[in-house]
Design a binder for this molecule. Sequence first.
Ligand SMILES: Nc1ncnc2c1ncn2[C@@H]1O[C@H](COP(=O)(O)OP(=O)(O)OP(=O)(O)O)[C@@H](O)[C@H]1O
Ligand SMILES: [Mg+2]
Length: 341
Amino acid sequence: MIELRNVCKSFNTGTASETKALENLNLVINEGDFVTVIGGNGSGKSTLVNIISGTLMPDEGEVLLRDYNLNKLKEHERAPYFGRVFQDPMIGTAADMTVIENLALAYGRNRTRSVFRWSYKKADVQKFIDDLKTLDLGLENRLYQKVGLLSGGQRQALTLLMATNRNKPSYRRIKRDYVRFGKGDKKAAKIEVKEAFLSAGEKYRQDKSEINQKSISKEAKKALIKKAFQEYDKKIRKFDITKPILLLDEHTAALDPKTAKKVLETTERMVNEHRLTTIMITHNMRDAIRYGNRLIMLSHGEIVADISGEDKAKLTIETLLEMFVTKSKNDMLSDSTILGN
Ligand SMILES: Nc1ncnc2c1ncn2[C@@H]1O[C@H](COP(=O)(O)OP(=O)(O)OP(=O)(O)O)[C@@H](O)[C@H]1O
Ligand SMILES: [Mg+2]
């Protein structure tokens, strides 16, 4: 569902320090893939995810999301489709805002109009508490504390939650994205979604007027209308075909081993729970082997190994190291990559 076609990216082109970060890269990542990416320093790992998220534009080639050419969209326009967590715990969250304000900001990100809306309804608070409980870090008791007071690991876990657990998209966005990312004929999709929305709306209006004519209490009417609305909402949300794709760039590298393990386990749980397509860059061979269903090795901006399924499950540190040495043309290996600690 994400495809890179002949992607090239160089830095400082035409100067003595010209670097080819990605060289004619071709890659197809299927829906639901959890890909770990490994490679020496400067092999192009961060550039790869930056090209996907739109932080960088390719010099040549295309990035496609479900057949839609993402080159057309700027980074902020792609933001609703990607959840990112970086190495630096300071980046993903706003230190001066409270835990709950950070969550509200992230949960509001999907709304097309109010990007910076971070006020929250009372009803949301319980959801925030429930979500924080799943992290098992006691953050549900620290809702009104500034995020700057949290540890690096707690901030990374919170960033993960914010990256995966977004607000439901607006109806307008559902409609647009169904046409944008849907398979097949765009015109037909446009008509299909428009008609479905109209008929759902019509049915809801009818139900509402019937309910209002009933000789029952105001409260009973309210409850029935709520139910009718939920049915309407369900019909519309059937057309929501987008889910955030998780892009993780060494998101546990700055954490102590114990906290890193906890954040990685949380990552895996969230990926499985939401069946998220995930790209996880890591310097740690053991983690690259342990997590995900597919492993990609980069060297000098090229994919030199792509291992999935049973072959991935059979990988050992030894075989991966051997592969690294034979395939990665004198790339630098950091100690933690070799030791996998
Ligand atoms: N903004 C930039 N300006 C100049 N060169 C860059 C820039 N970003 C990346 N590069 C170069 O492109 C190459 C690939 O960099 P990239 O950051 O993708 O590597 P990486 O695999 O993520 O490395 P690391 O493991 O150290 O994070 C490197 O040679 C790097 O120096
Ligand atoms: Mg990097």
